[in-house]
Design a protein around this ligand. Structure first.
Ligand SMILES: [Zn+2]
Length: 133
């Protein structure tokens, strides 16, 4: 079995606060078999051992369609006059930018007329395709 015990004078990779990056160090002191002080091979500075930092992955934030719908809703909502909204009915015809009042989804804005008998409506919960005449 290979011993993992560290000794003074052993090379060890760590983060150097002066170089501000991961550099090779030499162990100067040991504290309970863990590196205490180390000396940086690059700048020869002695400092407390810091484990090498792991480069952070760039945070790729996936914007869910729902989030963009929500933002759109929030930006358009102040211009929606709910008093002008019509009760939603499958047998009604709807024009672009018409306001409807759906029994389940609430206030909605017609954003797209998809062919015949379908409209895309932006609700607080997101976009939904609704049937109409
Ligand atoms: Zn250094």
């Amino acid at each position: 079995m290979q011993s993992t015990t560290l000794s003074i004078g052993d090379p060890i990779e760590g983060r150097c606060t002066k170089c501000r990056k991961n550099t090779d160090h030499i162990i100067v002191t040991l504290v309970e078999e863990a590196p205490g002080k180390v000396q940086c091979n690059t700048c020869t500075r002695q400092h407390k051992y810091r484990p090498p930092s792991v480069p952070k992955k760039p945070a790729v934030r996936q914007i869910k369609p729902r989030d963009t719908d929500r933002k759109e809703w929030e930006s358009l909502r102040p211009n929606m006059n709910s008093a002008k909204a019509r009760e939603y009915s499958m047998t009604d015809a709807y024009k672009l930018n018409a306001l409807i009042n759906h029994p389940v989804f609430g206030l909605g804005l017609v954003q797209r007329v998809i062919g015949s008998q379908k409209v895309e409506v932006l609700f607080e919960d997101g976009k939904k395709t609704m049937r109409c005449q």
